[in-house]
Ligand binder design. Structure first.
Ligand code: DSN
Length: 420
């Protein structure tokens, strides 16, 4: 019995959507993907995410649902929970958040009241929207105080964090980033929070794969709550997850459902279970190790080509190029657009002590999870660094664009996506 579907129906029933998906596949095949938060999920994960489980409503949790017919989705959710516990050593896991934002919001709902103080890292310093940005619900509902980084090293200033925590007595401290290239000392942050009577939430959305593989300190033993997405370095389906100490299990579960979500996405939860099984394999550790090696190599090569890298390098899967030294006239937006033209996909990003607006920025964020999933290694990172340099040198005229685009397509053809 074939339990999955492969597009033969869509091709005939909806030509517009089919054509858009096929074009997106071609784009993914022919572009160098350097967005640090993107990846290529395995065929098994894509199959599961496209399965008949999408048909099932299952409000509640395994063994305690509000609908009949949940016996098989109970199996997949229980598998996802048990595998995640094994992977991260967590006491309690909720695999239902639709996204990392939902996961973070559920933690806030579980432990905070409107007006309570949260101590967080700002978006400008590498944090995340959901860590108290004024335009996000976290910044609208709570009183937000920020810690930052030391400007000359670009490292989190833990001493300042302690000082601010002592002064402001937050109810919750958050730690975790979407554009921070260095290791994070979760134990130290948990000690600071607990010393000041606060709870602590680590958001490991970006580095979850590195943590699962034991290549980055895990926050799980130290922090009250750990949230993540499942689709970045973890290489699963798009979604979120919350881990917490057992004492908070009930509050977290009810904050998520019925607090902020209704029916869980059972096809995605099943795909999370598949992702966690893949992440428990020895191959996964090798893959994560290569992600880090590739990021370090890319940073070193770009530095050798006279580009400034924030903090002088990287410990994880991403790096930040500060364009201001070598290319003061070029914004992150200009660089992103020029690279787009040659099929190199990146995103502009603010850099420490940013002087341009968040829409323009002075930086580029580059990450290696997706390229590493295609099998690229250090020689390809060197080639990519050279191509990036050539593109930046040729802004605004882009004389070299055609040749570089051909080189990108040729490189991609040697490292096919894992779907054929
Ligand atoms: N959009 C994600 C990222 O690119 O880091 C964060 O939500």
């Amino acid at each position: 019995m074939n339990i999955f579907f492969h597009g033969e129906d869509l091709e005939h029933s909806d030509v517009e959507v089919f054509a858009a998906i096929r074009s997106e596949l071609e784009r993914q095949e022919q572009h160098i993907e350097l967005i640090a938060s993107e990846n290529f999920a395995s065929p098994a994960i894509l199959e599961t995410a496209g399965s008949v489980l999408t048909n099932k409503y299952a409000e509640g949790y395994p063994g305690k649902r509000y609908y009949g017919g949940c016996q098989y989705v109970d199996t997949v959710e229980s598998l996802a929970i048990e595998r995640a516990k094994m992977l991260f050593g967590a006491e309690h896991v909720n695999v239902q958040p639709h996204s990392g934002s939902q996961a973070n919001t559920a933690v806030y709902m579980a432990v905070l009241k409107p007006g309570d103080t949260i101590l967080t890292m700002s978006l400008e310093n590498g944090g995340h929207l959901t860590h108290g940005h004024p335009k996000n619900i976290s910044g609208m509902l709570y009183h937000v105080v920020h810690y930052g980084i030391t400007l000359n090293t670009c490292l989190i200033d833990y001493d300042e964090m302690l000082e601010i925590a002592r002064k402001n007595r937050p109810k919750l401290v958050t730690i975790g980033a979407s554009a921070y290239p260095r290791s994070i000392d979760f134990e130290r942050v948990a000690n600071i929070a607990h010393e000041c009577g606060a709870l602590v939430m680590a958001d490991i959305a970006h580095i979850a794969g590195l943590v699962a593989a034991g290549l980055h300190q895990s926050p799980v033993p130290f922090c009250d709550f750990v949230t993540t997405t499942t689709h970045k370095t973890l290489r699963g389906p798009r979604g979120g997850m919350i881990m917490c100490k057992q004492q908070f299990a009930k509050d977290i579960d009810s904050a998520l459902f019925p607090g902020i979500q209704g029916g869980p996405l059972m096809h995605i939860i099943a795909a999370k279970a598949v992702c966690f099984k893949e992440a428990l394999s020895p191959m996964f550790k090798k893959y994560q190790h290569q992600i880090i090696k590739n990021a370090s190599c890319l940073a070193e090569e770009l530095q050798a080509l006279q580009l400034s890298i924030v903090s002088g390098g990287t410990d994880n899967h991403l790096l930040l190029v500060d364009l201001r030294d070598s290319y003061p006239e070029i914004s992150g937006k200009d660089a992103q657009f020029a690279l787009d033209k040659v099929n190199i996909t990146t995103n502009r990003n603010t850099v420490p002590n940013e002087t341009r607006s968040p829409f323009q920025t002075s930086g580029l964020r580059l990450g290696t999870p997706a390229l590493t999933s295609r099998g690229m290694k250090e020689p390809e990172m060197k080639q990519i660094a050279n191509m990036i340099k050539l593109v930046l040198d040729n802004i605004p005229h882009g004389e070299e664009s055609f040749a570089i685009r051909e080189e990108v397509i040729d490189l991609c053809s040697k490292f096919p996506l894992p779907y054929k």
